[in-house]
Design a protein around this ligand. Structure first.
Ligand code: ZN
Length: 389
């Protein structure tokens, strides 16, 4: 197959201006457009031929090389091998590269053209809003039972005037004429191996496939404005200091209808002096006096929900740990609660009046006041293990 002269293909003179070439190409493109000539192989070939001619003649340095060396000067041998000939220039290329030529004539009509348009939409870029990080303080009670929180968050929100589109009204958005809504453009690049096709984000619409002709007056085309949102979310039981909860889609709104970011909730635990957290266990440091330790007593200890009464047996030694099973904290994603460990301290009075001193002196001489630890009490390591187990 012998290649036709490009000037002849477009029907222009060798001295035609760029404008004349563009006009001539548009005319041919419309004449042979596949939408107008369905299932017409000859029209398709002519359509491709015109695009190829236009590609060369509309690019000054290519046109110069063509004028000087003919088809050989612009990559394609005169026979057509290795260049555009034989279908190297696809329909997609034509629409992508010279889409603006068709502009108003075929806008939106390409989806009817098999394989083009709809299928290429996968190239569109999705915009994402950024995440927002907030901190919430939880009491032990919140940690124990979980809690519903409501927060006012400053963030970008969807513009209510344009509902996030960024356009003044529905007539102010057009399909991008450069990429015809695909968001991508194809480039044909000459390489050592011949012509290669690459795709890139459409520079005109930045991959959106749409162009706003008149922007929304409220958000100036952004589709988002600065605002505030009251966000409710549930914090499950067992969350601890530094743990993070993601509230999907509640972060900053993305420009022009993209995907919202997330709200990242970082947990801060309110420290309690009475109840110290150790994993899912809670520890309470209990002080009783010598008499209570010796005689036994019913004492109150704090819990996450209030207070609990516990019995301290007669003869309880300092360092004894009383375990209140299940009165600790739940663990996220695990069944059951930790325990409340009551560490018993025996408070030794530091000031004594005359009578107290006398009473104690008397008791000190008594045989029962002579320390007589049993085997496990004597074993220091054993005691330590009991404390820290
Ligand atoms: Zn708006």
């Amino acid at each position: 197959m012998t290649k036709r002269d490009y000037y002849e293909v477009l029907g222009v003179s060798k001295t035609a201006t760029a404008e004349e070439i563009k006009k001539a190409y548009r005319k041919k493109a419309i004449e042979f457009h596949p939408d107008k000539n369905p299932d017409n192989k000859e029209a398709e070939e002519k359509f491709k031929e015109a695009a190829e001619a236009y590609d060369v003649l509309s690019t000054p340095d290519k046109r110069q090389r063509y004028d000087q060396f003919g088809h050989a000067g612009v990559g394609g041998a005169a026979s057509g091998g290795g260049g555009y000939g034989g279908g190297g220039f696809s329909m997609d290329d034509i629409f992508s590269n010279f889409g603006d030529i068709f502009g108003g004539h075929f806008g939106g009509g390409f989806s009817s053209f098999g394989g083009f348009g709809g299928g290429s939409r996968g190239g569109q870029q999705v915009r994402y809003g950024s995440d927002i990080r907030v901190r919430v303080k939880l009491s032990l009670k919140d940690v124990a039972h979980g809690v519903e929180k409501k927060l006012k968050v400053s963030k970008t929100i969807k513009c209510s005037t344009c509902h996030g589109s960024g356009a003044k009204d529905t007539n102010s958005v057009t399909t991008c004429s450069n990429c015809h809504g695909t968001g991508q453009v194809m480039h044909v690049v000459s390489t050592m191996l011949g012509r290669m096709q690459t795709s890139a984000v459409c520079p005109k619409c930045h991959g959106e496939g749409k162009v706003i002709t008149t922007p929304c007056g409220t958000c100036h085309g952004e589709g988002v404005v600065k605002g505030e949102e009251e966000i409710s979310f549930k914090i499950p039981a067992g969350m601890g200091e530094g743990m993070q909860l993601n509230v999907n889609g509640k972060g900053n709104a993305a420009r022009r209808g993209g995907q919202n970011g997330d709200l990242l909730v970082v947990v801060e635990e309110e420290k309690s002096e009475d109840l110290i957290r150790d994993g899912d266990n809670l520890i309470h440091n209990l002080f009783i006096n010598i008499s209570e330790a010796a005689l036994g007593a019913n004492v109150e200890v704090p819990t996450v929900d209030g207070r609990a009464k516990i019995a301290v047996k007669a003869g309880t030694q300092p360092g004894t740990i009383l375990r209140l099973a299940g009165k600790g904290l739940p663990t996220v994603n695990r069944y059951g609660n930790g325990d409340l460990l009551v560490y018993v301290n025996v408070w030794i009075p530091k000031n004594l009046d005359k009578d107290e001193r006398k009473a104690l002196e008397k008791l000190s001489a008594s045989a029962n006041f002579k320390p007589a630890p049993d085997a496990s009490e004597k074993n220091f390591m054993d005691r330590m293990r009991k404390i820290f187990q």
